[in-house]
Design a protein around this ligand. Sequence first.
Ligand code: NAP
Ligand code: MG
Length: 501
Amino acid sequence: MPVAKKKNTVKKNNTLKLKFDTSWSYDPAPESKSAATINKQYDLFINGEWQKPVSKKYFNTINPATEEKLSEVADANAADVDKAVKAAKNAYEKVWKKMPAKERAKYVFRIARIIQERARELAIIETLDGGKPIKESRDFDIPTAANHFFYYAGWADKLEYAFPNRKTEPLGVAGQIIPWNFPLLMAAWKIAPAIATGNTVVLKSAETTPLTSLKLAEIIQEADLPPGVVNIITGAGSTGAAIVNHPDVNKIAFTGSTDVGKIIQRAIAGTDKKATLELGGKAANIIFEDAPIDQAVEGVINGIFFNQGHVCCAGSRLYVQESVAKEVIRKLKDRLESLIVGDPMDKNTDIGAINSKSQLDIIHKYIGIGKKEGAEMYESSCRLPGKGFFCRPTLFTNVAQSNRIAQEEIFGPVLAILTFRTEDEVIEKANNSPYGLSAGVWTDKGSKIFNMTKRMRAGVVWANTFNKFDPTSPFGGYKESGFGREGGLHGLLPYLNLQNI
Ligand code: NAP
Ligand code: MG
């Protein structure tokens, strides 16, 4: 039950006025850790079994909210990658590509069902390992991951309808490398379409968030998937590079930073490897004066502070029409104060822990840059926990288009606010970015929405909402946000060769 900290009741001119302290404190409502089992140590999941790393090395994964060690996981080297790729190639040639699509679909469906059955455990582990609030892991990450497997299970035996008059063929072994912001969901985005279309997989999770991928390996074992169809390995950047450079990998699916995306593109240039790159972003969220302001403010808050701003499509640049700028900024500041920052395992928490110390340092560096550039900073006055990596939700006003905080990806809970007068002006400003992953438009006018979506160079444009995802909808970028689409019918294409019949 929420309890107002301070409550004054004042009677004035016969009207009853309630004055509350602006902050409400909720009783703690922590999720229990007991529903999750985390082993002390994890090996590599290769060829359907847990194998000790050839490297003989392990590294720790910690809980960023407490800085405590959760487990240690294998650090795969090039020899380990080679074992995983061999297992994937063997499974592709001997089993998976020959299996009738209808049978393949049953396995993918089974994985989805087991994710649902083990949803609570997965949500707890996602939150412990990555720092995101339990309400997000529970209500968004895990159900959406299951939905991706369900969705692509449905496509497996219907490819002739997806691509009429074309013969479809899988590519072979897909090397998949994922980041730390949506660990299980990114694994699902990658594995589900790959295996549904008849490819086999070697997937590497991010260094700081390996645990739900390893839980997924347990689920894959439980689903009785033929050995080698999905291999899950852990390691650092060099492990990812070994996957990219392996000659028997036919396709690279990468989600991560633009810098590493460029390294990968250079590494595969001149080879016949196919690639999809889902990279960084600096999304513009645009509020017109005719927008439903309260709804827009809530959308902006969700757009940038959801998942601590660790979202490639986070609405990190806000463009407000001048006539409503004052009102919007005031409301945003009020809302910032009411966001609950703290223990990610508490069901009330809105903003959890920053994923790692190094990411927290990057965010602090950008806050310093914003101040130096002359922008005006406003941060929530909330108290931060004494341990762990936390950051106050922060916004900047008086930002110039050329400021680094308006141009570069911060990947944290930091919003840059700019203003505009006309539609043409804001389109030009929004498109003035090396990125082009997503954008948002808030307006009462349908015609304005159509005009904006047509002219904005962004893979996804949300209208009167933000950060909405669905497995049926394709997602991907323009410009330095990468290429290729994941999700929907489009998400099948990167895993297939199409031939005319
Ligand atoms: P990152 O540093 O690029 O890492 C991504 C993955 O690549 C990790 O597994 C990483 O391993 C691995 N890696 C590092 N160096 C590599 C190399 N030379 N060759 C192959 N793999 C390598 O990105 P991040 O910091 O984890 O994630 C944040 C970034 O991801 C942001 O820029 C964000 O916008 C982007 N992102 C994009 C999307 C999208 O759909 N467009 C979605 C989510 C995130 P280690 O973990 O061991 O370093
Ligand atoms: Mg961790």
